[in-house]
Design a protein around this ligand. Structure first.
Ligand SMILES: NC(=O)c1ccc[n+]([C@@H]2O[C@H](COP(=O)([O-])OP(=O)(O)OC[C@H]3O[C@@H](n4cnc5c(N)ncnc54)[C@H](OP(=O)(O)O)[C@@H]3O)[C@@H](O)[C@H]2O)c1
Length: 242
C-alpha cells in the first residue's frame, strides 16, 4: 500500500501517517513549516519497516500543486490512499475577515485538494482499490463563531468530496472523516477555562486524540471499507450527532 497524507508533520496527519505505516503502507509525508517533525516521523516510519518520503508544499499556493504531484510520481507509479488533511483554522470575527482570507481558506481546504486529486488520478487509477479521504470538521455542518472562512471552506470541501465519490466510482472510494475537539495544535490556544467549557459540551467527557481520528481513517483506507463511499464519519465524542 502507498499512502500520501497532507499535513503529516503533526497532529491528526502525523497520527494517520503512522497508523497507515503500521497497517503496511509506504507513506508520503507532506508538510509545510515543521520539517524537523516531518523528518522525525520519517525515521519512526522506517522503524516500522516501511518507506517514507518528504514532500513540502504550501496548499495556499495552487501553482505549487503540479510540482508536488510530480514529486509523488518521481517516487511512485501508483497510489492507493490520498488523505487530504493539511490546513489551518485561523480564528477571528467575521467583521475582521477579508475576501482574500476567505479565498485563502477555500484554496487550502477545497481547491488545492481538488487540484492534487486531479493531478494524482492517473496514479490512483493504477491502484486495485484507490481511496481518497478528506479530513473535514464538524464546523462544516455547524458553522463557526470565530472562523467563518474555515467553516465555509470545509463546507465547500464536503461538496467536492461527495462529487468525487460519485464521479470516481466504482474504482475509487471517497469518504469524509469529520473530527471535532481533537487534542492538537488547533486547540493549543485554548485557555484552561475554554478547554473545560469545551469538555463540558462533549458527551464523551473528554477531548479526543489524533490517534482516534487516525483509526477511523485507517478503517476507510482498509479493504474492510470497500463498500463505503460518499460517507461522512464523525469523530467527535458525540459533540455533534448525525
Ligand atoms: N484538532 C481538531 O479539533 C480538528 C477538528 C476538526 C477538523 N480538524 C482538521 O484536521 C486537520 C488536521 O488538523 P490538526 O488538528 O491535526 O492540526 P495541526 O496539528 O495544526 O496540523 C495541521 C497540519 O496541516 C499542515 N498545514 C497547515 N497549513 C498548511 C498549508 N497552508 N499548506 C500545507 N500544509 C499546511 C501543517 O503543516 P506544518 O505544521 O508542517 O506547517 C500540519 O502538518 C485539518 O484539516 C483540520 O481542519 C481538526
Amino acid at each position: 500500500m502507498r499512502a500520501l497524507v497532507t499535513g503529516a508533520s503533526q497532529g491528526i496527519g502525523r497520527a494517520t501517517a503512522l497508523r497507515l505505516a503500521r497497517d503496511g503502507a509506504d507513506v508520503g509525508i507532506h508538510f509545510l513549516q515543521h520539517g524537523d517533525e516531518a523528518r522525525a516521523l520519517q525515521t519512526e516510519i522506517a522503524k516500522e519497516d516501511r518507506q517514507a518520503f518528504l514532500l513540502r508544499g504550501d496548499l495556499r499556493d495552487l501553482a505549487a500543486i503540479p510540482r508536488m504531484a510530480k514529486e509523488v510520481r518521481d517516487h511512485w507509479d501508483s497510489l492507493d490512499v490520498l488523505v487530504h488533511n493539511g490546513g489551518a483554522y485561523p480564528r477571528q470575527t467575521f467583521e475582521k475577515t477579508t475576501d482574500e482570507e476567505f479565498l485563502e481558506l477555500l484554496r487550502v481546504h477545497a481547491v488545492a485538494p481538488a487540484s492534487l486529486t486531479r493531478e494524482l488520478l492517473p496514479l490512483l487509477r493504477r491502484s486495485n482499490a484507490g481511496r481518497v479521504i478528506f479530513v473535514s470538521s464538524l464546523l462544516a455542518f455547524d458553522g463557526s463563531r470565530r472562523g467563518s472562512p474555515y467553516a465555509t471552506a470545509k463546507a465547500a470541501q464536503l461538496g467536492l468530496a461527495r462529487s468525487l465519490a460519485r464521479e470516481l466510482a466504482p474504482s475509487i472510494t471517497v469518504n469524509i472523516v469529520a473530527p471535532g475537539g481533537i487534542d492538537t495544535a488547533v486547540l493549543a490556544g485554548d485557555t484552561p477555562a475554554q478547554r473545560a467549557d469545551r469538555v463540558r459540551q462533549i458527551p464523551a467527557g473528554r477531548i479526543g486524540s489524533p490517534e482516534e481520528v487516525a483509526a477511523v481513517i485507517g478503517f476507510l483506507a482498509s479493504p474492510e471499507a470497500s463498500y463505503v463511499t460518499g460517507a461522512t464519519l464523525p469523530v467527535n465524542g458525540g459533540l455533534r450527532m448525525g
